[in-house]
Design a protein around this ligand. Structure first.
Ligand code: IDP
Ligand code: MG
Length: 138
């Protein structure tokens, strides 16, 4: 059986703040394997597909705008239970209350904007991972 895979994104705030290396370090230190990495200037079409589940929510437009504000680093990572494991490494969505020790808890904060800039994305299920990996590594 081949190892589970997930899509991880270092969002534009993480790239702009120079935290790509620190985030990659945490993924590798946990023991997951980096299978593929690419720098992506995501366009609206890709982002609307990626975040289709959030269409219509008040933070949807700000989210698309934020995610297209600069380059993103897309990572294909592999390992047993990597989907669940990376979500745990990332921490909860709101960086103010994300647990210390997590990426969002240690490196993120609220900037008083319409959308939370929280450094990373990680697929939330095997179905999402397959769908998102196909989008970002087309
Ligand atoms: P996740 O990234 O932790 O899986 P989702 O609910 O999938 O969180 O939301 C996608 C992204 O949209 C979040 O990472 C965050 O950037 C933003 N977001 C989600 N919920 C809110 C909110 O209530 N206010 C502002 N931004 C939000
Ligand atoms: Mg999500």
């Amino acid at each position: 059986m081949s190892a589970e895979e997930t899509l991880i994104l270092v969002k534009p705030d993480g790239v702009a703040r120079g935290l790509t290396g620190e985030i990659l370090r945490r993924i590798e230190a946990k023991g997951y394997r980096l299978v593929d990495i690419r720098f992506v200037e995501a366009d609206r079409e890709l982002l609307a597909e990626h975040y289709a589940e959030h269409e219509g929510k008040p933070f949807f437009e700000p989210l698309i705008e934020f995610m297209s504000s600069g380059p993103t680093v897309a990572i294909r990572a592999a390992g047993e239970r990597v989907i669940e494991g990376f979500r745990s490494l990332a921490g909860t969505t709101d960086p103010t209350t994300a647990a210390p020790g997590t990426i969002r808890g240690d490196l993120g904060r609220d900037w008083g904007l319409k959308v939370q800039q929280n450094l990373v994305h990680g697929s939330d299920s095997p179905e999402s991972a397959a769908r998102e990996l196909a989008l970002w590594f087309a």
